[in-house]
Ligand binder design. Structure first.
Ligand code: ADP
Length: 157
């Protein structure tokens, strides 16, 4: 049976930290669906369509990666896509506490779905979408934190 994982997030924007988790995940899964959750309660900075396009550009060369968005419970979305794994990245102890709660709730709701965590590379530990957004908002150069395929010229929220 094909091993399909969903990598859910806001990706507002998608950073090199996210990209690294997905590329490393390709060693573990047959297919990864990068899925933008649209019901997280977080206000969007970049429009959904822009975020989808950016992530598609990043993985243009990789047929085993699909890019999508969803507006339901993450476990329901996984079932719809026949995904038995949720992929998440862990940076810090704060991430761990947050992720532990979500993972345990998800597992309690859907026993057949396992959450798989990859520890971030040391050089990506400090990269957060929030900080990258702030840099962009105030006109700084955020390119070194973004995958090359993301065109900052398109940054027009
Ligand atoms: P969410 O709104 O679900 O927290 P994010 O877009 O912030 O979505 O993050 C999606 C996933 O990527 C989470 O598992 C998060 O821990 C992970 N992640 C975020 N930044 C990094 C990074 N720099 N390195 C590795 N993983 C990261």
């Amino acid at each position: 049976m094909e091993k399909i994982a969903v990598f859910p997030g806001s990706f507002d924007p998608f950073t090199i930290g996210h990209e690294s988790i997905v590329r490393r995940g390709l060693g573990l899964f047959d297919k990864i669906i990068v899925a933008i959750g649209t019901n997280t309660g977080k206000a969007d900075y970049f429009p959904l369509e822009t975020r989808l396009r950016w992530i598609k550009n990043v993985f243009n060369d990789e047929p085993r990666i699909e890019v999508d968005s969803y507006g339901s419970l993450t476990v329901d979305y996984c079932k719809k896509k026949n995904a038995r794994y949720l992929l998440r990245g862990l940076r810090t102890a704060a991430d761990f506490e947050y992720e532990r709660a979500i993972a345990q709730v998800n597992h309690a709701m859907e026993k057949d779905i396992e959450v798989v965590f990859l520890l971030t590379l040391p050089e990506h530990t400090f990269i957060t979408s929030t900080i990258v957004r702030e840099i962009i908002k105030y006109g700084g150069d955020a390119r070194k934190f973004l995958p090359e395929a993301i065109d900052l010229g398109e940054v027009n929220p």
